[in-house]
Each structure stands twice: as structure tokens, then as C-alpha cells.
Design a protein around this ligand. Sequence first.
Ligand code: ATP
Ligand code: IP8
Length: 258
Amino acid sequence: MILIKLGGSVITDKTQYRTFNKDVVRRLCGEIKDSGASAIIVHGGGSFGHVLAKEYSLQNGFADPRQIPAVARTQYDMRELDQMVIGELLDADIPAVSVPPGSCFMMDGGKLILDDPEVLFSASRLGIMPVLFGDVVFDRSKGFGICSGDQIMEVLCGLYNPQKVVFVSDVDGLFDKDPKTNPDSKLLTEVTSELLAEVSSDIGVDDVTGGVRAKMEAMLRITSPERDCILVNGSVPGRLRSLLKGERVISTTAKGGL
Ligand code: ATP
Ligand code: IP8
């Protein structure tokens, strides 16, 4: 089984509140289907999650009653995004159901608690793909918080023990500095925790879950000698399909743990 995260940078335009990249998602769902891989999908929030979350500091938990409408609105926006992703999966002939973390799970001090995976396993057993996503999740100690899709990926790795884990974003992988603002940046085809310490990763757009650095840290925690964990560009047609079929593609592989 392959665990795939469709990042908010590729499924939305992170610079424009609530802008869905429908054509890209449609193509990526087709590539997943074509590859024949048995997959579970998590997706990020992009501009459906991070814009309001940042404006109202939702990642820091309850501090002010004025945050409450933004909690409800962000959950609503994330469910709309999720329904659009699920719609594209269904159109690609992948039977998928939504498992919204904010309605199914809790956090405690920012840590996702997924004690009972019965819903997930029941869907998988029937050949139905459970789709999870970054969300506003109630938190036992902070009232609420933001659970990132990357955190969910780590928890699902523990549950499903996938043979490969793929993070899809809108750049070719991890660079020594942001490739969008530095034309001279260099792609790192393999990343260790030592190399990551030297990478520059300024967060240029709204992102309350730590950007590409937090993602790489999660990837280093997930990877093992038996399991590759790879960051790949979903904006380039065909690249995800090739990777899922086991071909070598331009990408970054996490190596050696954190
Ligand atoms: P989301 O968290 O919304 O799901 P995502 O998983 O797609 O998003 P981001 O956290 O947005 O991923 O990380 C990808 C972005 O990180 C790229 O769009 C890129 O511009 C930016 N970035 C900053 N520094 C770097 C770097 N050193 N290497 C690669 N990308 C970088
Ligand atoms: O985009 C964040 O999830 P991520 C979700 O995977 C929200 O980091 C609601 C901001």
C-alpha cells in the first residue's frame, strides 16, 4: 500500500483564499488510478485552511471568542475542499469516502489521538479509500488546534505500515532555498537531518503548520530502510504516475530518520 499526501500547494492556489486547482486534481486522481497502486490519500488545506487559520491564530488554540466563527468557517471550507477532491476521485473511478479528522478524532496539546481506527480499517477492507485531510480539530487542553495533513500521514503510517510514502507538492522536491524566489537554488535528491539543518525555507505564503521544513521533519520520522518517503512535484504531468509505478523521477527522498 502507498500513502499519498496531496499538498495544499498543488491542489489549491495558496495565494488566493479558497481557490481549487480542479484540473490539476483531476489529472492527479487519473494518474493514481492509472498507476494501479493501492493507495490511501490525505490532502492538505492550502488556501481553504491556512488563510483564515493564520488570520485568527487557530493553530495556537482558544484565546478569544472572536476565533469561534473562524473555527466553524475553516471546518466548513475544508469540507468543501475535501468534497471537491472526493468528487475527482469518484470521477477517476476510485471509490473514496471522507473521514474528516475534526469530526472523528481529538487532539491533546497538538498531538492527534486516533485510538480507534475501526472506521478506517472497515473502509479499506471493503476496497473503499478513506480520505483524510488537515483540519481544525478539538483539543483536550487547547480547546482546538490545527492538525496538519503531514501529522495525519505520520499516524496513518503507524496504522497501515505502507511500503512507500509520497508527498506531492508544487516544486521538484526540497531545495537548498525556496526555488520559487531563488532561481539559483539546487535540488537535494536525498535529505538527511544534517542536510535539512542547512536548508533555507522561508514561508512566503500563509501556512500555519510549518511549511516545507515541518514536512521534511515528518518525512524523516516516517522513513525507514524498508520504506521510502519521497517528495515529488505534482504540477508536472505524469510524474506522480511514474513514481507510483516504481520508476525513477526527479524528487527528494528522506534518508536515515530524524
Ligand atoms: P499544505 O501544507 O498546504 O498542504 P504542501 O504540503 O503542498 O502544502 P508546503 O508546506 O506549501 O506544502 O511546501 C511547499 C512549498 O514550500 C513550495 O511551494 C515552495 O515554494 C516552498 N519552499 C520554501 N522553501 C523551500 C525549499 N527550500 N525547498 C522546496 N520548497 C520550498
Ligand atoms: O495543509 C492544514 O493542513 P496542511 C489544515 O496539511 C488547515 O498543513 C485547516 C490549515
